[in-house]
Write a protein that binds this ligand. Structure first.
Ligand code: FES
Length: 157
């Protein structure tokens, strides 16, 4: 969907800024917001560029830098931490060969931490793009990652 179409889905009111930012970011294959995106949104909502920049800077789910095709977010809020989410994060980092905050060299995955994903009853949890995965174990994350890696390989053939 082109960006003008995203904007015109919403009345030009500041209450819609998060929905618009999400759609802009999701429409970009590298899952980030460019300066031009922020300027377009500011003009549409008739607010200063700095207001939009402030919102994007405040929320960790938004990025101003290009990221991987798939965004892995491991919850590091207290319930998940008590369920050893740090071990899950380390395992993912080892498997992908990157530290949290980084993107794999092939551009396939970005690994991040996140505040509560709202699924505390299945801690520890993570999301990949819009999909949530809970009750994670080392074995389970290998299976999940393999599924995404197979899908990427299949697209390359
Ligand atoms: S604390 Fe991790 S999903 Fe809520």
């Amino acid at each position: 969907m082109i960006k003008e179409d995203i904007l015109h889905k919403y009345p030009p009111e500041i209450e819609n800024v998060l929905l618009i930012l999400h759609e802009f970011q999701n429409s970009n294959p590298h899952h980030y917001l460019s300066e031009n995106d922020l300027a377009m949104i500011a003009a549409y909502l008739n607010v200063p560029y700095s207001s939009i920049y402030g919102v994007v800077s405040y929320y960790s789910m938004f990025s101003l830098m290009p990221r991987g095709w798939h965004i892995i977010r491991v919850c590091n809020s207290p319930v998940c931490q008590m369920a050893e989410s740090n071990a899950i994060l380390s395992k993912l980092g080892c498997h992908l060969g990157i530290d949290p905050g980084a993107t794999t060299a092939d551009g396939a995955f970005t690994l991040e931490t996140s505040e509560c994903l709202g699924q505390c009853d299945s801690a520890p949890g993570m999301s990949i793009d819009e999909q949530y995965y809970g009750n994670l174990t080392a074995k389970k994350i290998e299976t999940i990652l393999q599924k995404y890696q197979d899908k990427i390989r299949g697209q390359g053939e």
